[in-house]
Design a protein around this ligand. Sequence first.
Ligand SMILES: Cc1ncc(COP(=O)(O)O)c(C=O)c1O
Length: 393
Amino acid sequence: MKNIKNLYDKYVLPTYGREELTFVKGQGSYLFDNQGKKYLDLYPGWGTGCLGHCHPYMADELKKQLTELIHVPNNYYNISQAELAQQLAELGFHGLTFFCNSGAEANEAAIKLARKFGSKDGRYEIITFYNSFHGRTLATVTATGQEKYHKGFAPLPEGFKYVEFGDIDALTSAVSPKTCAVMIEFIQGEGGININNIDYYKKIEILCREQNLLFIADEVQTGIGRTGNYYGFQTFNVSPDVVTLAKALGGGVPIGAMMAKPQYNDILTPGSHASTYGGNPLATRAALAVLEVFKKENIIDNVNKQSQYLFNRLKSIKNETSLIIDIRGVGLMVGVDITVPASEIKEKCRKKSVLINNIGKNTIRFLPALNISREDLKKGVDVFEEVLKEAWQ
Ligand SMILES: Cc1ncc(COP(=O)(O)O)c(C=O)c1O
């Protein structure tokens, strides 16, 4: 077998820190490497694998689509794009959708929509939050309120301001005559699973209404079931003007979406924004298959059941050891702050065939498949507990 690492070293730009694992097969919450070893994956595809790996219904639908039609550009209609846009509206965001291929692109579209919305009266500034994460394109990385991601890329696009997440006064005073939008992740995912109480989000919505600002929800990570509702805004009981989606929407097939309420449907007019691949038949059929499985298999119920189990288990581990400092999150998006280096815990879990995600130095993030079974989740938490206790002794 070829030495994959050598090929990477020679031919692939080193933009990622990679673990020395080469996966060749996936099934449900399990991955199989090229040595035949089986791993329980507790964060399939960084949140994209909402149905785990290679769900049979999705695979069948994609096989059919592959032989019918893979791609037509957006100067034609395609059936699954229209049906998907309809379903996204019927799931609770009554708006119109622009399709693209990733979270960054969805946010880029939202930023362009906000800029054009504000351009009528000279407004262009977008307020985002420290520790947020909105993507890696130049505009979305600038929207990201983390300096480490900005280094070396100056000059960054103008018009982004950051405020403390959770501080409504800071947000209120940051609004200027040039502000056109506020962009928020209800739960900061990459920034550490940071979450606020429900009143805070309502206050942001009210501020946006009072100041005529677009309220943009980046639901790339929270969207499509992760928080125990189809949309995070349903969990946090607010009504954003714009919602962006990616990750779970395609169940691992690249797709992004930017949805806007109908009153904003005349801003991005023909020619003002586009994507060659956006919403193509293959990607939208994948997303339709995801949503079909959600209904058939009661995935939202499963999220709420498994979430309760996960929180209970983590709380009892916290009570037994002094190694867990904090447990945060909603649904199956859970962060655990620990006193030992998270990378060591991750490494030890990997040796016991469980893949777990660390963010920052001391946080473990659980983002399991939304259809994970109790048995698999228990197995994963058992290993996490075992590894933590070993570190404790
Ligand atoms: C909240 C949020 N927004 C945007 C992005 C960027 O998405 P993508 O990597 O698909 O461009 C991410 C990725 O992790 C994310 O978590």
